[in-house]
Design a protein around this ligand. Structure first.
Ligand code: B12
Ligand code: SF4
Length: 490
């Protein structure tokens, strides 16, 4: 059977992201022995023509379409990618009778809505290494794929299992036992040149219950980890195959549970591996030892999902720490020499002008390298926040779907955007997704051409960067040009 995998993601902000998930799928399809062809649309200037040409020449029996992003999750300048995804499907249908299978994190957040909107034949919700090859086997051997766990049927077809527990395939390797993403089938070096970061996943899942978050829905609510040796083997071969380049660990949070990141750091140090890396982290249990060990092992940027620095607001967001812990974690990281990006969410239910001011005052004390502040909360189906808003009658279930929906507490609706812009202008090292470009695209290109790699937020506190970026609050933009204004605020 001839299998084509297509990565739809063309977003270049904050950087082009190597399609790691699809590379994992490619690895298992190859192991299973199906004839495989990769189409990565990221850098294609005419993506529909490119797709058309690939389909014509390869003549696939099955096309797996990887949908990473639904939208940019930013308000008010929301960009949604649905229109682009629709055009891809229309192109596929116009030139091919191949069976179309949808997958990816964007698809998995809203599988039924996507199946209906795009008219895929099958979909796979959540991780796909095992499920996709099982689906291919079913199609080849002509039995009904609907019974495979995590497979989503097209509307009108019977719905069978909706469980995400996936049975191991007898031929293909499991994700956490030495499977490597098939980077060799992609132009990985181009991503390094353009964005400066590779990506590695060391574990899946998250045990925390932050009430707006989709990660436990996507990856499960317990941690499944790879061994430190396996992770560092992959890191080592990335450096030797593609030359030194910075890496982002894509785990929901790298530094929890205790012991996981420590083991990886010890292994990096034991092998004297020189690599610059960054990650998402939680303030929970982040202490001086952890921060120092991470810094010694090459971590030069840590993105702390703090969300608020106000006890009541943290409680309302379902966070597992208080403002004191958040400030302490920030201090330990800064003292260890790590660059720190604080990500905050403003406007969630219960937010008041006082809680916003409290968080902003705390940030002034904390002096992180950069701040990413979201205006409003993107509501996704199935999160505890969305469910409780539906239960209280604040929103209807039908409000939350493919059209990006944001919640901003009415108590701060008018106050919030202006206040955040003012804070950002004063501080100079803030990013306000949806209110201003993180960095102007031509400046981003310039910095990359000058050989500056890794996350660019690390530079936002530099005086020359502030000058380079000073007009960004007047020129909101995205790499897709004009923001698509189709969205709802509730
Ligand atoms: C790490 C991360 C980032 C990092 C990436 C760094 C890097 N160099 O890789 C950074 C911070 C840069 C980033 C940026 C953005 N991100 Co992000 N990111 C993530 C995160 C946490 C992990 C992604 C990842 O690599 N996972 C590991 C791989 C192995 O998993 P995977 O891609 O899901 O693939 C599996 C399945 O989806 C499936 N699958 C994948 N493809 C296919 C194809 C087929 C055919 C099948 C059957 C299955 C299948 O199988 C794969 C293997 O099991 C996810 C949340 C999450 N927990 O998934 C958000 C997430 C993907 N990001 C999201 C968003 C919105 C963004 C931004 C748009 C934010 C912004 N405004 O800037 C940008 C977009 C950047 C871009 N150019 O596309 C959203 C997307 C959903 C949405 N709302 O649209 C997510 C889901 C978070 C969320 N809000 O829920 N992100
Ligand atoms: S916000 Fe972070 S810590 Fe909280 S549930 Fe999501 S991934 Fe886990």
């Amino acid at each position: 059977m001839r299998v084509m995998l297509v990565s739809a993601n063309r977003e270049q902000i904050p950087d082009p992201i190597f399609p790691l998930g699809m590379a994992y799928i490619a690895a298992t399809v190859r192991q299973r022995g199906y004839t495989l062809h990769i189409v990565d649309l990221c850098f294609e200037s005419q993506p529909l023509d490119a797709l058309w040409r690939h389909i014509k020449s390869f003549q696939p029996d099955v096309i797996g379409l990887s949908l990473r992003n639904v939208d940019n999750a930013a308000y008010p300048l929301t960009v949604d990618y649905l229109g682009g995804h629709r055009e891809l499907i229309e192109t596929i249908r116009a030139v091919s009778d191949a069976v179309v299978v949808l997958g990816g994190s964007g698809f998995s957040i809203l599988p039924e809505a996507y199946m209906e909107a795009l008219g895929g034949d099958w979909g796979i919700r959540g991780e796909g290494e095992q499920a996709f090859v099982q689906l291919l086997d079913a199609l080849e051997q002509r039995y009904d794929p609907g019974a495979i766990a995590s497979v989503v049927s097209a509307p009108g077809r019977p719905v069978y299992a909706q469980d995400v527990t996936i049975q191991p395939h007898p031929v293909v390797q499991r994700w956490d036992t030495g499977l490597r993403p098939a980077r060799d089938l992609f132009d990985y070096p181009r991503y390094i040149r353009r964005g400066g970061m590779g990506n590695i996943q060391t574990k899946r899942g998250c045990v925390f219950k932050c009430n707006y978050c989709t990660y436990p829905l996507l990856e499960g609510n317990r941690f499944r980890s790879r061994s430190a040796e396996d992770v560092v083997d992959e890191l080592e071969s990335l450096m030797s195959d593609y030359g030194p380049h910075p890496v982002f660990f894509v785990d929901s949070i790298l530094n929890f549970p205790r012991g996981h990141v420590e083991a990886i750091c010890e292994e990096i140090l034991k092998r004297h591996l020189k690599v610059r890396w960054s990650c998402y982290a939680t303030p929970v249990k982040l202490d001086r030892n952890q921060a120092q060990l991470m810094a010694r092992a090459g971590c030069d940027g840590i993105e702390l999902g703090t969300d608020a620095v106000d006890d009541d607001q943290l409680k309302r967001l379902g966070k597992s720490f208080n403002a004191g812990i958040a400030e302490r974690a920030n201090r330990f990281c800064m003292e260890a020499g790590l660059k720190v990006c604080q990500t905050l969410i403003f406007g969630a239910p219960g937010e008041t002008p006082q809680s916003i001011r409290a968080s902003c005052e705390a940030l002034k004390r904390m002096r992180p390298t950069a701040v990413v502040a979201m205006t409003g909360v993107r509501l996704y189906p199935g999160t505890p926040l969305t469910e409780s808003l539906i239960e209280q009658g604040s929103i209807r279930r039908s409000d939350v779907g493919l059209l990006p929906t944001f919640y901003i507490d009415p108590a701060v609706e008018d106050f919030l955007p202006g206040y955040l812009q003012q804070q950002a202008l004063e501080a100079g090292n803030w990013v306000l997704p949806g209110l201003a470009a993180p960095i102007l695209p031509h400046n981003q290109r310039l910095l990359r051409r000058l050989g500056i790699s890794g996350p660019l937020w690390r530079l936002l506190h530099k005086p020359w960067m502030k000058i380079l970026n000073r007009s960004r609050f007047r020129q909101p933009s995205t790499s897709w040009g004009v923001p698509n204004a189709k969205r709802k605020v509730v």
